[in-house]
Write a protein that binds this ligand. Structure first.
Ligand SMILES: Cc1cc2nc3c(=O)[nH]c(=O)nc-3n(C[C@H](O)[C@H](O)[C@H](O)COP(=O)(O)OP(=O)(O)OC[C@H]3O[C@@H](n4cnc5c(N)ncnc54)[C@H](O)[C@@H]3O)c2cc1C
Length: 397
């Protein structure tokens, strides 16, 4: 069996160009703004520069102005984009827009693509994905979904409350998950709806204050209050929302891993540069055993994450759902990037926690990744159930 991990030449060239663009153009803006996109105009300037450099929207098909990369090719390019907190926004591959584009391209009708995907892929508008609800609603357990959509003449009326909806402030539309059959706790029975932000029934409320700040547009409460949408707002088929969510969530979990892996590498680069020049106890920090261990463990965590991501991406590229591989890669990477950033900060001593380096910012940004896209415990639970189920089936056979 031939195993070739090298990207094809065109992808390798795009990886190099993306790396150069991020270092030359994006990192200076990031450093000047403490890792946070300061305004809509800066978002647009960065995206214009990415278009100019030919690195914009690598994930969408050429028909929508992109490079049409498959998941394995995305892994290398997104990691380079993720080397800066602002890189994903610059390339238009930040969450939640990137996941929404992926799903719309796979499932939406041609009319929906023209109206929602085309401007999103061009960076002309932003979007959000509204699934999570305050307790007792949907969170780790999607079946707890309480937001309802009831049939009305010519369409649907949505009622319910969402929160932690990333990017809702300033989004042109939301993709809202609502229950169209069954009761909270029942499996299935959800439908995805496209809701324009100017719909009077969709009310974007409070910014929920969070540890992280770099995901553009914040994390918000969103109320759907007698929100009437036409039949054309349904994505795919009614009651099939959870099936479509898997089309979005598996790849979106991996692209989050790819981007955060870029930040982990950046943290390691900062730490190694510091350790290589800092003298203490008559030696370079980089030559002291416990420092070497942290540097080596960082390298192992980055390489192991990359391997698990690639494995899951390969499965996804074969058209499989790759639930087990995605859960393993997501859990490991979310925890590994935290360890890498934390060790890097430790290696830098006091300057590590200062605002002079961005390591403190990186630490705040990567921590929530162990919760969103499925908490580590939910993924471990799912992995164990699959493994035990496999064992039980084999024992019966
Ligand atoms: C920064 C950020 C951005 C987000 N963006 C979005 C967004 O754009 N759109 C959206 O819809 N949602 C978004 N979310 C919500 C996110 O998807 C949810 O937080 C996540 O699904 C967990 O749900 P919950 O917060 O309700 O936690 P709960 O479901 O209440 O879980 C609490 C804890 O229970 C534990 N747990 C879970 N499952 C198990 C298990 N099987 N066994 C044992 N323990 C378990 C875990 O430790 C978990 O952290 C975002 C969250 C954050 C923090």
């Amino acid at each position: 069996m031939a195993v070739d991990l090298a990207p094809e030449p065109a992808v390798a060239e795009l990886v190099t160009r993306t790396a150069q663009f991020v270092r030359d153009v994006v990192v200076p803006v990031e450093v000047a703004n403490d890792g946070v996109v300061p305004s809509e105009s800066v978002r647009r300037e960065l995206q214009a520069a990415a278009k100019e450099a030919g690195v914009f929207a690598p994930h969408v098909s050429p028909e929508y102005g992109g490079h049409g990369l498959d998941m394995c090719a995305r892994a290398a390019v997104f990691e380079e984009a993720g080397y800066s907190l602002l890189g994903p926004v610059a390339l238009n591959i930040a969450a939640p827009d990137e996941g929404n584009m992926h799903m719309l391209e796979a499932i939406a009708t041609e009319d929906q693509k023209a109206r929602y995907l085309a401007p999103l892929a061009a960076g002309d508008v932003r979007s959000c994905f509204a699934m999570t609800e305050p307790a007792p609603g949907a969170g780790s357990d999607p079946d707890a979904l309480t937001t309802r959509a009831e049939r009305v003449p010519g369409g649907w009326r949505i009622d319910g409350r969402k929160w932690f909806i990333t990017g809702a402030d300033g989004a042109a539309f939301a993709i809202c998950m609502a229950r169209t059959a069954g009761e909270p706790g029942d499996r299935g029975g959800a439908t995805m709806f496209l809701v324009d932000a100017d719909n009077p029934g969709m009310k974007v409320g409070r910014h929920v204050p969070t540890l992280d700040e770099s995901l553009f547009g914040g994390h918000l409460e969103v109320d759907f209050d007698g929100c009437v949408v036409p039949d054309e707002a349904v994505i795919g088929e009614v009651d099939q929302g959870y099936r479509y969510a898997q089309v979005r969530l598996g790849p979106a979990r991996m692209t989050h891993c790819m981007r955060w892996l870029g930040i982990a590498r950046r943290a390691q680069d900062i730490a190694v540069a510091h350790a290589a020049q800092r003298e203490l106890f008559g030696a370079r920090l980089a030559d002291l055993g416990m420092a070497q261990q942290m540097i080596a463990d960082n390298e192992i965590d980055v390489a192991a994450s990359r391997g698990l991501i690639l494995r899951a991406c390969w499965e996804l590229d074969q058209g499989r759902s790759a639930g087990l591989e995605v859960s393993m890669a997501k859990t490991f990477t979310a925890e590994a990037v935290w360890r890498v950033v934390d060790r890097s900060l430790q290696l830098c001593g006091s300057v590590g926690v200062s605002g002079d380096l961005l390591l403190g910012r990186f630490l705040r940004e990567v921590r929530p990744f162990r919760i969103y896209d499925g908490p580590s415990e939910t993924h471990r639970w799912s992995i164990a159930r699959r493994v035990v189920g496999r064992h039980t089936a084999a024992a019966r056979a």
